[in-house]
Write a protein that binds this ligand. Structure first.
Ligand code: PEP
Ligand code: MG
Length: 934
């Protein structure tokens, strides 16, 4: 282990921005800001290595670390002319968590540490404000009791309520009929007088004594050791674990712990605290953006209990000086008078300067936390800002155009998964809708669902397949599992940087926050309805299970389900895609089964169809009957008769697909699934089939039972079907080739590719190839024209990968069907895996579900073997992948390294795959070393 403590202060720092692994994002940012001469309260960071050593030794700080911490505190004392534990010149600190990757609100932080009765009196003398000192002290006891001593916050609710009522009486407010939320609004923390606070502190201490059997620790160093241990412990709390799993953050990283001199945003009306973004994290617009609260501590802003004010006066929030801002302010209905710019112009100007400097320095959007203590600005945090997918695209493209980053960096800046958000549906503006309320547009996208009022209930109902909207007064990190399960989130309180807003944005979920017209209690939501003039006209009650729709882009809430329309992609998005397309090597095709899907795919930039699953065309109402007749026919003749009925349907589908994909390759796979999937599912369907075929229901039933298989996935499916019933593939080949000739005759370029599923031996392929070629010759003769058609196979079985050398004798292309290849090489059923694979991921056996993200060491090696052996036989062999992995960014990175020609994925993932392929190409290039021309 290297050094344990990294100090920062007075313009110098041991660490820097590069050391996130060791110092966490927060520690690294504070060190870097200190180096840049930005005003940062001094402090030091205990490294993530110490955290890991703490866990390794059964939760003890390694030897010597306590002494190093004491020495660092000594340096802080010298810098500040104050002393830790001294009533005369008290030095208070914050103890804050901070991991390598930001995990907002997931871990713990303790403010105002270093207080006891005597020191609190000293602090009151030093600051001239007894109220302030006692308020800091009671907040500290509350946080410390909850986080370090494990006495839950709600145990203190009653004591706080009593203090508020006591203060209310003095203020002449009749509190007898107010509930706790109303009471808090009438008597906010700032109205608690010293006498009520002193009584509250005593009660809090009594509660701690009662709950733990020990008095609240008075000794500042004892407090400090407890707090550092608790910060490290919070790395493994439940919500942090859930968050890590969602964001693929390894457990082994650990958190750092930063101990920093306190500055106070609650020292009066010339103090305050806030959060800012150098650009709008929701839209990406280039305007300085954020929220603040006067006379408050940082936790007040994020807790969302008070709705914060905007930083800038409306319309002028263009901190970066481009004049592009058309800012509308952050909070709905907040007047400009309350903005920081209006209230403290000098501090605001200093903040604007700092944010510009930081964005230029880090070359990315920064998320800042600041405090103003008696007009003096301090930065408490800067980190790369989380942003919506839409914002990420806009910011990357605009920064490249501003010359701040290169186009290549812009491509690498956007998480391919996040552009899913650009593809989200939005509310149909022409649809009739019933407006319920308005809040803040916290995270874009439209979402409809049943109202639920608790995270547990959201999780439970989502588990039953229901769409739910989680409605809360405000969310807290404990709600994370419910937020994950919900389609959207609605909160009554909190601003654009509240927990609900930040977390929902990160998840790409629709969220309306700070919707003050609603109040939530006891499983109901009361909504005050306002007329156009803002006058209240009545109340509506929304109950558990009622349907509502959120528009997170405008902050609107509607009653009932409102129709949505598909997403419209932004100009910046198109631009980024052009840049991405210019650097990627992998082609991107789509899996599409119908002309409609083909058009969608092409609109998203698909360069062909990599998999057309012909069986999906069979399920249509008109066709399924003929399919069933074919399956249940006794003998070849009966099957042929039924197939004849199917031929025109298949042909017209293929005509449609070829037309949509004019000039691009279309890979059509012949029938693959076990036939029993098409059998009648119930008595009514059986009777209907009996009437149509004239075969008795009993006979049909018997035939169905005969077709049942113990293990259909490994049964009579794929090209096995053609070995026993060649007429099925004959009909399909005819439909494809007739369609190709028809479209070609219309002067449209066609590139059909016929693909055989699940082949395992060369002989199977040779037989099916002869069959397809025989049909082709017949069709070409009948039509008097030839079209180029390629013949190939899927590689979905380990044997096929191993014998790829032979298969390539018959096949002109391979498409790796990694869904089945994963199933067959792992020996895990893709249909049943969901029940137990979660446990495998949890136990670290697989980093991710191998059906979502390719098992590179295992299945990936089979792909490489198939590639090498196939290309050894046929050097130009075209190689693609059409399993779900074709749309998964980390799998795409592997397919790039493996040198495949294309990936194929569902239409909505095509843009994601294009971007991921470009990133993979850039990563591969970086791994090869710089190009001569760079
Ligand atoms: C595959 O197995 O990867 C594949 C694409 O085929 P299907 O999912 O239709 O079995
Ligand atoms: Mg398959």
């Amino acid at each position: 282990m290297g050094r344990s403590i990294y100090f920062f202060g007075a313009g110098q720092a041991d660490g820097d921005a590069q050391q996130k692994d060791l110092l966490g994002g927060k520690g690294a940012g504070l060190a870097e800001m200190t180096r840049l001469g930005i005003p940062v309260p001094p402090g030091f960071t205990v490294t993530t290595e110490v955290c890991n050593a703490y866990y390794a030794s059964g939760k003890a700080l390694p030897a010597g670390v306590e002494d190093e911490i004491k020495a660092a505190i000594g340096r802080l004392e010298a810098l500040r002319g104050a002393a830790f534990g001294s009533p005369e010149a008290p030095l208070l600190v914050s103890v804050r968590s901070g991991a390598r990757a930001s995990m907002p609100g997931m871990m713990d932080t303790i403010l105002n540490l270093g207080l006891n009765d005597e020191i609190a009196r000293g602090l009151a003398r030093r600051t001239g404000s007894e109220r302030f000192a006692l308020d800091a002290y009671r907040r500290f006891i509350l946080a410390y009791a909850d986080i370090v001593l494990g006495v839950p916050r709600d145990r203190f609710e009653e004591a706080l309520g009593r203090a508020r009522r006591q203060a209310a009486a003095k203020l002449g407010v009749d509190a007898t009929r107010l509930n706790s939320a109303e009471l808090e609004r009438k008597v906010p923390d700032s109205q608690l007088d010293p006498e009520s606070l002193a009584a509250l502190i005593q009660r809090q201490k009594d509660i701690v004594l009662g709950a733990t059997g020990r008095p609240f620790p008075d000794e500042p160093y004892a407090q400090l050791w407890g707090a550092i241990g608790a910060v490290f412990d919070s790395w493994k709390n439940h919500r942090a674990q859930v968050y890590r799993k969602m964001h693929d953050i390894p457990e082994a990283w650990g958190t750092a712990c930063t101990v920093q001199v306190m500055v106070f945003g609650n020292l009066g009306d010339d103090s305050g605290t806030g959060v800012a973004f150098t650009r709008d994290p929701s839209t990406g617009e280039r305007r300085f953006y954020g929220e603040w609260l006067p006379n408050a501590q940082g936790e007040d802003v994020v807790a969302g209990v008070r709705t914060p004010h905007p930083l800038s006066i409306t319309g002028t929030g263009t901190g970066t000086g481009t004049g592009t801002g058309t800012g509308t302010g952050a909070g709905a209905g907040v007047d400009d008078e309350s903005s920081l710019e209006a209230r403290m112009p000098a501090a605001y100007a200093a903040l604007v300067e700092v944010q510009g400097k930081l964005e230029q320095h880090f070359r990315d959007v920064q998320d800042l936390e600041f405090t103003i203590q008696q007009k003096e600005l301090f930065l408490l945090q800067c980190r790369t800002a989380k942003r919506t997918g839409r914002a990420a695209v806009r910011i990357a493209v605009e920064m490249a155009k501003e010359g701040l980053i290169s186009q290549r960096e812009a491509i690498l800046r956007v998480d391919p998964g996040s552009i899913d958000q650009l593809l989200h549906p939005s509310i149909d503006p022409s649809a009739p809708k019933s407006l319920l309320a308005r809040g803040l547009p916290a995270s874009p996208g439209a979402a409809t669902g049943q109202v639920v009022f608790s995270a547990d209930e959201a999780e439970r109902r989502a588990g039953q397949g229901r769409a739910v909207i989680l409605v809360r007064s405000e969310t807290s990190p404990e709600d994370i599992h419910g937020m994950k399960a919900a389609r959207g989130i609605l909160t009554a309180r909190g601003g654009m940087t509240s927990h609900a807003a930040v977390v929902a944005r990160g998840m790409g979920k629709s969220c309306v926050a700070g919707c003050s017209a609603i109040s939530v209690s006891q499983g109901r939501m009361a909504v005050t309805i306002y007329d156009d003039h803002g006058r209240s006209t009545g109340t509506i009650t929304v109950k558990d299970g009622d349907l509502i729709t959120l528009d997170g882009g405008t902050g609107t809430v509607y009653l009932g389900a409102v129709p949505t329309i598909p997403a419209a992609l932004s100009g910046e998005f198109e631009e980024l895609m052009v840049w991405a397309d210019a650097v990627r090597r992998l082609r991107v095709r789509s899996n599409a089964d119908t002309p409609h899907d083909a058009r969608t795919a092409r609109n998203f930039g698909a360069e062909g169809i990599g998999l057309c699953r012909t069986e999906h065309m069979f399920f249509d109402e008109e066709r399924i009957q003929a399919v069933r007749e074919m399956i249940l026919a006794d003998g070849e003749l009966g099957r042929r008769r039924a197939l004849e009925k199917l031929l025109p349907f298949q042909r017209s589908d293929f005509v449609g697909v070829f037309r949509e994909m004019a000039g691009l390759p279309v890979t059509i796979r012949l029938l693959d699934p076990p036939l029993h999937e098409f059998l009648p599912q119930d008595e009514a369907q059986l009777q209907q089939l009996s009437r149509a075929t004239g075969v008795s229901a009993k006979d049909l039933q018997r035939k169905s039972e005969e077709l049942a298989e113990y293990n259909p996935m490994l049964g009579h499916r794929g090209c096995r079907l053609a070995i026993t019933s060649p007429e099925i593939y004959e009909m399909q080949a005819r439909a494809i080739l007739e369609a190709a000739c028809e479209v070609a005759a219309a002067g449209i370029e066609v590139e059909p590719e016929i693909m055989i599923p699940l082949s395992m031996t060369r002989r199977e392929l040779a037989l099916t190839r002869a069959l397809v070629e025989g049909v082709a010759e017949k069709v070409f003769a009948e039509k008097g024209r030839r079209v180029d058609v390629r013949f190939g196979t899927m590689i979905e079985l380990p044997r096929a990968a191993l014998r790829a050398g032979e298969l390539a004798e018959e096949a002109e292309f391979f498409s790796f069907g990694t869904n089945d290849l994963t199933q067959t090489s792992l020996g895990i059923s893709r249909d049943d895996a969901g029940r137990f694979l979660g446990a495998y991921v949890e136990a670290g056996i697989f980093a991710k579900d191998p059906f979502q993200s390719l098992d590179v060491p295992g299945v990936g090696e089979l792909v490489e073997i198939g590639r090498d052996r196939g290309r050894a036989t046929r050097p130009g062999l075209k190689l693609g992948v059409c399993g779900e992995h074709g749309g998964d960014p980390s799998s795409i990175a592997f397919f790039e390294r493996a040198g495949l020609d294309y990936v194929s994925c569902s239409p909505f993932r095509v843009p994601i795959a294009r971007l991921a392929a470009a990133q993979a190409a850039l990563a591969a290039e970086a791994a090869r070393g710089p190009r001569a021309t760079d």
